[in-house]
Design a binder for this molecule. Structure first.
Ligand code: HEC
Ligand code: HEC
Length: 260
């Protein structure tokens, strides 16, 4: 038989300790919440393009952005951020941008309002027109234009077709109007460059032919109503960091990634 009196006494002695421990835990939780709140306010109040200069803000943004990217973006842009040709979702891990120049503010705007998303502030200046389907160009002309575009980064056999395609690009095809006459693209229209090997849909002949024949209408959803402002900004900071790191890597003497 145990004596109930000493046990009751021991319990009584334990209570103050339990109370103190709970107090410490509560204080830690409150301090954590205060710190979190302060970081959120700083993340939102700092000029977005200045954030990369604050290492602690970048770390905080990373911690918010990584799970949000996995939950909301990876399904289209890939867990490795390298995009998906079949979905027309571009590579977000490089320093090549369809829209603007890859500043945190530029990227944030794309994430907030999307691309051809239906949001009134979406990026939506123009589409890739279906030049075959709307009979502006013949099948032979589309072949020439496709070979010209591919030839810029991957020399083609049929140079006569490439020359015809080049002429078409600057005249009847009106390609220059959106992709610019040096084929370097136009970041106001989201018209991609053909001077790099980063393709949205793919750089093989059949895919390029399809892009010109049927046109394209890539859509990135608007996130303004689905994600908190701090998460959108954190994603923009995170994508900016990743693209800057890849730029540094690409300009290093070796290891420039080339992919179709
Ligand atoms: C349903 C598929 C889909 C999802 C989900 C999606 N995107 Fe996109 N995103 C696209 C497509 C398609 C484009 C390219 C649109 C075009 O062709 O212009 C794009 C383009 C972009 C661009 C522009 C890239 C550039 O080069 O300028 C950014 C930035 C971007 N997405 C970020 C995100 C982020 C961040 C998320 C998650 C919060 C996300 N996207 C979720 C499909 C998606
Ligand atoms: C009215 C503007 C406009 C004109 C004219 C135009 N394009 Fe485009 N093009 C675009 C846009 C915008 C995109 C990106 C579309 C998207 O992702 O939804 C694009 C995409 C493409 C793609 C897909 C590239 C990739 O990375 O997968 C190819 C190829 C292409 N255009 C070739 C041409 C050629 C060749 C011509 C002329 C014969 C032409 N375009 C004329 C606006 C235009």
């Amino acid at each position: 038989m145990t004596d109930p009196v000493p046990i009751a006494r021991a319990k009584r002695r334990l209570w103050p300790w339990i109370g103190a421990a709970a107090g410490v835990l509560l204080a830690v939780a409150i301090l954590g919440a205060v710190r979190e709140h302060r970081m959120t306010v700083r993340l939102l109040e700092t000029d977005p393009d200045q954030i990369p200069q604050h290492a602690d803000l970048v770390r905080y943004a990373d911690s918010l952005a990584k799970p949000a990217y996995a939950a909301h973006c990876a399904s289209c842009h890939g867990a490795d951020m390298k995009g998906d040709h079949a979905k027309g979702a571009p590579n977000l891990s490089d320093a090549i941008w369809l829209y603007d120049f890859g500043g945190v503010g530029d990227i944030e705007r794309t994430i907030l309002y999307g691309i051809r998303s239906g949001d009134p502030k979406a990026r939506n200046v123009t589409d890739m027109p279906p030049l075959g389907r709307n009979m502006q160009l013949s099948a032979a002309e589309i072949r020439d234009a496709a070979l010209f575009v591919i030839n810029i980064t991957r020399p083609q056999q049929d140079q006569a077709a490439v020359a015809r395609g080049s002429k078409l690009f600057q005249t009847k095809g009106v390609c220059y109007d959106c992709h610019s006459s040096d084929a370097a693209g136009n970041p106001d229209y989201g018209a991609p460059a053909f001077t790099d090997t980063d393709w949205i849909y793919g750089g093989d002949y059949d895919t390029v032919y399809q892009s010109i024949y049927s046109g394209r209408h890539g859509v990135c959803p608007a996130w303004i109503d689905k994600l908190k402002p701090k998460v959108v900004r954190a994603l923009a900071v995170y994508l900016h960091q990743v693209s800057q790191a890849s730029k540094a890597q690409a300009s290093a003497p070796k290891g420039a990634a080339v992919h179709d």
